[in-house]
Write a protein that binds this ligand. Sequence first.
Ligand SMILES: *Cc1c(COP(=O)(O)O)cnc(C)c1O
Length: 480
Amino acid sequence: MFQFCAGIANDSPLRFQASMKLSDDLKYTDQLLQLTKDFSNRFLSVADKLAPHKVFHSLPAVALPQTGIGGAATLEKFRQLYGDQLTAASGPRFWGFVTGGVTPAALMGDWLTSAMDLNVSSSGTVATCIEEDTLRQLKSLFGIPAEFLGAFVSGATMANFTGLAIARQWLGLQQGVDVAADGMNALQDVRILSSVPHSSILKSMSMLGLGRNSLVRIPALPNRESVDLQALENYLKEHPNQPFIYIANAGTVNTVDFDDIAAIVALKQQYNFWLHVDAAFGGFAACSTEYKSLLNGWEAADSITVDAHKWLNVPYDAAMIFNRHPELQVSVFQNPGAAYLGDPLREFHYNNYIPENSRRLRALPAWFSLQAYGREGYQYIVENNVHLARKLGTLIASDPRLKLLAPVRLCVVCFTLDVPEETQADAVSGFLTALNNSGVVYMTRTQYQGQPAIRAALVNWRTTEKDIQLVWDTIQQLLT
Ligand SMILES: *Cc1c(COP(=O)(O)O)cnc(C)c1O
């Protein structure tokens, strides 16, 4: 297997100056950044050869030094300790979960974010203006109306949490109570409807005091992960005058299925519910003229989650929450009575609209990547990934030893081994372990319609036809 350390030039005069301290490091910032750049560059240049994933349960503990060793020696120590263990989770064949990898321009933005170390908390700073500008560009990319208030949070889990917190406030107002002020005890009979919600919705419901058991699962269409609209309408009809929160899925993790959002929006005319759309990665269908109709209607949602460290291919950790009810958002997230933070109801500051107060300028990697590659760049990334996922799906469907469990709608291939049911769990587990241990690719396990299954999610900008071939060859070797 390819070793990252092999071939690293070992000629830096700074490397062994173990006496460097903070003040020296300031003096040598240029050289430290150069060393870091060389290390990063080396890593990125082999990211298509490194194993995408290795399992570690622990590595040797490193003692806290009494006297520090300075930045250069620390980099060398890091290289020695971890260099050979590093994995290319941002490389072209990490197909686990639904995560992308940093684009070159996003890396530039991310490096600058740390170099400048700006806090995007209060308005009236260049950092806030950059975040606002990035969100404007993203709304334009996705076709989300300008009146949505956007904000960066750390991931789609936090975006869902934020959207649900605003929805909870809305639900309270429907009952004439202010949950932000009076707490969950003021709220009665909470029901959150969804068909196949992401696990982070349940986690958010727990964190928000709504409780996981307040989820009402509306059946999906047969052999689909898209809500059965008739079943949804029946439920709404049976509970007249009761306000609900509905979580629409725009891209499920197993089969990238979408709720018919336009039809759900039409139901909003007759029934009283908050519509949150979890479009963590499915929102990127909007980048493609071919697939954007999957999101029809989402512009009429109340709140929308889109992840950035997935198909936008910016580094962790970043996602966006878009919401059209800023007055509810500020009632939930304001910092009341903190005079030094300004009046939350009269001035706009991000710290009054999201869970975090202080936070990094995590919009900047997105700003760089959007400017560097534009609308066409993202259309290319999305369509290329979908094309490759379909290609893999066709190969799998053509092999009698494998079974494709759902049509490849966008970027995820969900399949299993075609073996007798009683041996399937062990067979799938053994096969997946061997496949991941090959060092060629990483996929994740799942359960789809009662069957143990495997999913490959292709959202990385670096993935090419060659990667599909390489993975297919590896699968063939393991099957023989
Ligand atoms: C990944 C994902 C999430 C959670 O995202 P994180 O960025 O891991 O917090 C939520 N919903 C969907 C549909 C997802 O795919």
